[in-house]
Design a protein around this ligand. Structure first.
Ligand code: SF4
Length: 133
């Protein structure tokens, strides 16, 4: 990991949203920002990410981000907690994006636990369809 790179703030469950992003989202601005975040991580897999259960780089352009507070904070905090627990990671931990994506794959995606983590998410059917392809 390059010590010179500033960590990118990322909600833990967004490791799953990024994996299954299919160009759909809460608004056009949200989709554009999501594409930029994904491109940044794909271009630099060693980019460090700081896993924080709070509004992040993805939430920046979200219409549900009300001055730094998610409208569905309780629900997404549950997704974040489940993601961290299954991946064996801590809130606030910093690690390379590639290492985090690997943990998400190994501990949630490969064992088929996506629906368990994201229960109640309006996008779950989209992500499950992506997974089935
Ligand atoms: S719904 Fe909440 S957690 Fe999801 S992108 Fe919007 S502000 Fe962030």
């Amino acid at each position: 990991m390059s010590g010179a790179q500033k960590p990118l703030s990322l909600r833990p469950h967004h490791g799953l949203c990024i994996r299954y992003f299919a160009g759909k989202g809460y608004s056009e601005a949200f989709v554009q920002n999501m594409r930029q975040v994904i491109a940044r991580l794909q271009d630099a897999p060693e980019q460090p990410v700081r896993l924080r259960a709070e509004v992040d780089a993805v939430c920046t352009a979200c219409p549900h981000n009300l001055q730094g507070a998610c409208e569905t904070a309780e629900k997404v905090a549950r997704y974040d907690a489940a993601c961290l627990t299954l991946c064996g990671l801590q809130n606030g931990q910093v690690l390379p994006w590639s290492a985090f994506a690997g943990r998400v794959h190994q501990n949630i995606i490969a064992p088929g636990r996506l629906a368990e983590v994201c229960r109640g998410c309006r996008w779950l059917s989209v992500c499950l369809a992506e997974q089935a392809e």
